[in-house]
Design a protein around this ligand. Structure first.
Ligand code: PA5
Length: 423
């Protein structure tokens, strides 16, 4: 169960003063009456999801694992960040899983694209192309390339059996293409936006292909729905603190973890909060860091720089695995005092010392979010927790959590510069 600790904020939060507002926003979310209500399909998805499609996803994940060495996940933003975040958080960065997950369609950088294509030349790979619209430029271009490579390698007919498309059920370019070539299709429900889609096929198929127990992942999301889908929940408590700190003059929130495998989780969280909340020239800017690594780069700023940020520290109580510090006869580094202790012990002491240094000496408010374990279930629960918190926080700040009108501005300019017809 997730616990939100507020003893290092440097202030007391008057939760009682939020009771009525939180209750009315919660009712609005549940009854789908607020702004953006057409995109609230994710709230009860962990119980309403299509069980038949879920079984089809599991079977497809198994098929990929039995027949291929790699899966290219082709998507951008909400169509790939959740899957990548969960896969890395659960499997770690150097897992020895036999199916390699490779990401394409999230960049225009030729150096990255050329390297991926070269890497794939010798691989027996499948493709999961994920796009609600089917016309997102990065994804559609990446898919063109990787599909061409696959067709050249194994022929059009076999390639069609190795391409899996996740898209809208009723419309869009990818749906048409999939029908034309007979790709196996999965659904991105029309009432769920990209950044809230990790529990749909968008997240589940890459997770299943990566060998992750998606039953446990959905079980975690369901646990989240039961625990945080109610007025008096830890997710809403986090949203209230986040909102109070914003009002108190802290426009930046730094999500901190002590786990390098959570870097992509930070990317997903940044999209979730940034794209949901950053509207009408308001909202908290989400940034992320990994400690203790970044204490050696950003630590100085956090401790003594402009007082613009608060930190949200993600602590995993049980790391799942641990490493013991060995004895060294020379002891020239003077570290034998740690002999026999574990790295988790050191990591947790680094966290404790840093939280005190930042909050008590530096005056940086620290929120602590504690999670028992980071496995498939824990990850599902945590992602659901953040989604609920994000919706609440946006409504507290009077913005629609489910649109992203500002994203179109750069696209129009880019399309004009690229000579796209009609721009
Ligand atoms: O959250 C969002 O809405 C965006 O990040 C989209 O998911 C992203 O732009 C990809 O869009 P599409 O799935 O249509 O390719």
């Amino acid at each position: 169960m997730i616990k939100v600790c507020d003893d290092k904020l440097g202030r007391k939060i008057d939760y009682a003063s939020y009771k009525d507002e939180v209750a009315s926003i919660h009712k609005m979310i549940e009854e789908k009456t607020g702004e953006g209500a057409d995109y609230l399909g994710w709230t009860h998805y962990p119980e309403t999801f299509d069980k038949e499609e879920f079984e089809k996803i599991k079977a497809c994940g198994k098929y990929i694992r039995e027949n291929f060495d790699a899966l290219v996940v082709c998507g951008i933003g909400g169509s790939y960040l959740g899957a990548r975040a969960a896969i890395e958080a659960i499997n770690g960065l150097y897992g020895d899983d036999k199916v390699e997950i490779i990401y394409l369609g999230q960049t225009f950088a030729p150096s990255y694209i050329a390297q991926v294509l070269k890497h794939l030349e010798t691989k027996n790979f499948a493709i999961n192309v994920i796009s609600k619209s089917g016309t997102t430029t990065e994804t559609a271009l990446g898919f063109r390339l990787v599909r061409e490579l696959l067709e050249k390698k194994i022929g059009k007919e076999k390639a069609a059996k190795a391409i899996f498309a996740t898209t809208d059920k009723e419309k869009g370019a990818l749906l048409e293409l999939s029908k034309k070539y007979g790709y196996t299709r999965f659904v991105l429900p029309a009432d769920i936006g990209g950044r809230y889609s990790v529990f749909t096929a968008v997240g589940l198929l890459p997770l299943a292909a990566a060998g992750i127990d998606i039953d446990a992942f959905i079980r975690g999301a369901h646990k989240g729905l039961v625990a945080y889908g109610k007025e008096d929940s830890e997710a809403y408590k986090y949203a209230i603190i986040h909102h109070e700190l914003y009002k108190a003059g802290y426009p930046v929130e730094m999500m901190v973890s002590y786990e390098p495998r959570f870097v992509q989780l930070g990317e997903w969280w940044k999209q979730l909060f940034g794209e949901s909340e950053g509207k009408d020239h308001t909202g908290v800017l989400p940034v992320s860091a990994t400690f203790s690594t970044d204490l050696h780069s950003l630590g100085q700023f956090i401790q003594e720089g402009s007082p613009v940020l608060f930190e949200t520290v993600l602590e995993i109580e049980n790391p799942g695995v641990d490493v013991v510090i060995p004895h060294d006869d020379d002891n020239l580094d003077k570290l034998n005092y740690l002999e026999g202790k574990t790295f988790d012990f050191v990591n947790k002491k680094a966290q404790e010392g840093t939280m005190d240094a930042h909050s008590e000496v530096g005056g940086v408010p620290n929120i602590l979010i504690k999670l028992d374990e980071m496995n498939a279930e824990g990850c599902g629960e945590l992602m659901y927790f953040f989604m609920r918190a994000c919706a609440m926080s946006c409504y507290l700040n009077k913005v629609n959590p489910f649109n992203q009108p500002g994203v179109e501005v750069y696209k129009k300019n880019m399309f004009h510069l690229l000579g796209k017809p009609g721009f």
